[in-house]
Design a protein around this ligand. Structure first.
Ligand SMILES: Nc1ncnc2c1ncn2[C@@H]1O[C@H](COP(=O)(O)OP(=O)(O)OP(=O)(O)O)[C@@H](O)[C@H]1O
Length: 235
């Protein structure tokens, strides 16, 4: 049993009066890759937003790296070592790649990453450093977003639909990066519509439906069971 990095216990989360998450619980172990799957509107992004303190849970508890972060501010949560690769990337468009990366640098209790290590993962990145981000392709933007998360020295990275809008080759690169993070001992929670890609890199998977967790188990078992996938995910 690996040490626990993230634990989400029985959280309810609402936008205004509308409750979106109902009694959601999930765990990510140290160095574990966990996929969070489910149809559109199931509440996957909201679960990530709750962990990050962007839409705090109204009930339940969230612990990261041995500490309660349920009511912590987003910047404190980042400083404790949770990195985020949002679905809309959130790169500053008028700044260069180098500047976007420089302002992301943080110290945490986890290992600090160097830019040159990001260049080893994404060989094109080095040649993009002077470019303004608004003209980057989707794939280039994703390299910047992932590198930015790494330069923040994370112990856990939350990926929100990292393959969205990317060509198949770039999707493969992103999934390889997730495997690389795991090899470095970094924990990963990945929300994906691309179920097969996510299950190929994940250790375990959760499936959400209408704001609740409806399935939890080894990723392999779900990957091999087309009937279960159909039942849970409609595919
Ligand atoms: N800012 C918001 N205000 C009100 N309701 C919201 C807001 N953001 C999301 N919702 C609602 O919360 C529910 C869950 O949305 P969420 O984005 O978490 O789902 P998701 O599983 O990530 O779906 P998708 O794959 O489509 O992004 C949906 O019904 C959505 O309409």
């Amino acid at each position: 049993m690996t040490a626990e990095m993230l634990s989400v216990a029985n959280i309810d989360t609402s936008y205004g009066e509308t409750q979106v998450l109902f009694d959601v619980s999930l765990k990510v172990g140290a160095g574990e890759v966990v996929a969070l799957l489910g149809p559109n509107g199931a509440g996957k992004t909201t679960a990530l937003r709750s962990i990050l303190g962007l839409t705090p849970a109204r009930r339940g508890a969230i612990r990261f790296d041995g500490r309660d972060i349920t009511r912590a501010h987003t910047h404190d949560i980042a400083r404790r070592g949770i990195g985020w690769v949002p679905d809309d990337r959130r790169i500053f468009p008028t700044l260069t790649v180098a500047r976007n990366l420089a302002i992301a640098r943080k110290r945490t209790r986890f290992r600090a990453w160097q830019e040159k290590e990001c260049f080893e993962i994404f060989s094109a990145l080095e040649y993009l450093m002077a470019r303004e981000c608004e003209n980057l392709s989707g794939g280039e933007m994703q390299m910047v977003a992932i590198s930015r998360a790494l330069l923040g020295s994370p112990g856990l990275v939350l990926f929100d639909e990292p393959s969205q809008g990317l060509a198949p080759k770039v999707v493969q690169d992103v999934m390889k990066t997730i495997t690389r993070l795991k090899a470095e001992g970094i924990s990963v929670l990945v929300v994906e519509q691309n179920v097969q890609s996510a299950l190929a890199v994940a250790d375990r998977a959760y499936v959400m439906h209408a704001g609740t967790i409806v399935h939890e188990g080894p990723a392999d078992a779900l990957r091999r069971d087309a009937g279960l996938q159909r039942r849970l995910l409609g595919i």
